[in-house]
Design a binder for this molecule. Structure first.
Ligand SMILES: C[S@@+](CC[C@H](N)C(=O)[O-])C[C@H]1O[C@@H](n2cnc3c(N)ncnc32)[C@H](O)[C@@H]1O
Length: 302
């Protein structure tokens, strides 16, 4: 297993938006390698953090690597976004750094990346019932095409689905990537298999439903003046976040030209970022993963 060096994305920016109460209680819903949580605890010696992830391996690693002096202020829990409501409320800030960690991506056994040959797994929570292999080998062709189009924006999604169905059973990341490359032409530097892998990963982990669930739950998790900070890495996720924050800060998100507003804007958040915050050039140079990151933040109104 190849491990890549871990660098939390937009660390300074995210903590600036997140921490308005230096002695506050924070929720990190995407603990990952613990980069953001750890820095928060180091910079704010009176703050506490509940760190959650649906990936048990991530929690185990953070528990092993955490300096003992920080441990009493970090509570670890294996929870997915849709389960975070069980934590009640009263948080001064909620951080969500979406997507995968570099550990997950670079672990060939997890099957997230076609850079390594591994089983078609792609589950963030390894106890979840549906693997990528199950989706790829058992989903009817039309549904597979829809899923690849919807989550991956793959224009030749039908051709990809047809090729997958013809090549069944597919067992490994290399096998799947090869099948996709046969029907999707390379455009620029991006591997033709990238978007299909992204689509399958999103479907395996129910990522859109999970994101919608946590956006709604953030209303009950945060106390007044509590901060919501989200970092997303692809346009579909960022669009959801942007629309949520706009509608919850009194803005209309109806399609242009709609005669009467139907989206029911609410005054739940003050928008802290009119435009998404993006990483500085120096960070992108040092950490290419930051290139596609977009940060948006809001403050909970009383
Ligand atoms: C980009 S990483 C977070 C990295 C972290 N901020 C750090 O600095 O180490 C995203 C993490 O969120 C977790 N995750 C993604 N979606 C999740 C969900 N719906 N519920 C719980 N955890 C999730 C993934 O398992 C992964 O470990």
């Amino acid at each position: 297993m190849a491990l890549e060096h871990h660098q939390p994305v937009m660390l300074n920016e995210s903590l600036e938006f997140l921490v308005a109460a230096p002695a506050g209680r924070y929720l990190d819903g995407t603990l990952g390698r613990g980069g953001h949580s750890r820095a928060l605890l180091e910079r704010f010696p009176e703050a506490t953090v509940v760190g959650c992830d649906r990936d048990e391996a991530a929690l185990r690693r953070v528990a092993e690597e955490l300096p003992t002096e920080l441990a009493p202020r970090l509570e670890l829990k294996q929870l997915s976004f849709s389960q975070l409501a069980t934590l009640g409320g009263g948080f001064d800030g909620l951080l969500l750094d979406l997507g995968l960690s570099s550990e997950q991506l670079s672990d060939d056994e997890r099957g997230f990346s076609f850079r390594f040959d591994g089983p078609l797994d792609m589950r963030m929570d390894q106890s979840a019932p549906t693997t990528a292999a199950k989706l790829v080998n058992e989903t009817p062709e039309a549904d597979l095409a829809n899923l690849i189009y919807r989550y991956g924006d793959v224009r030749r999604s039908r051709a990809v689905a047809r090729a997958i169905v013809k090549s069944r059973p597919l067992r490994t990341t290399f096998e799947l990537a090869e099948v996709v490359r046969r029907v999707v032409r390379r455009s620029g530097k991006i591997d033709p298999a990238t978007r299909t892998f992204q689509a399958l990963r999103m479907a395996v982990n129910g990522e859109i439903d999970e994101l919608n669930a946590i956006l709604t739950t953030s209303l009950t998790l945060l106390k007044p003046a509590g901060r919501l900070v989200l970092i997303s890495y692809h346009s579909g996720e960022d669009r959801l976040v942007k629309r949520f924050l706009r509608r919850m800060s009194g803005g209309c998100v109806c399609p242009p030209g709609t005669p009467v507003c139907l989206c029911e804007p609410q005054e739940e958040f003050k928008l802290l970022t009119r435009r998404p915050v993006i990483a500085a050039d120096a960070e992108i140079k040092a950490n290419p993963r930051a290139r596609s990151a977009k940060l948006r933040a809001g403050e909970r109104l009383p």
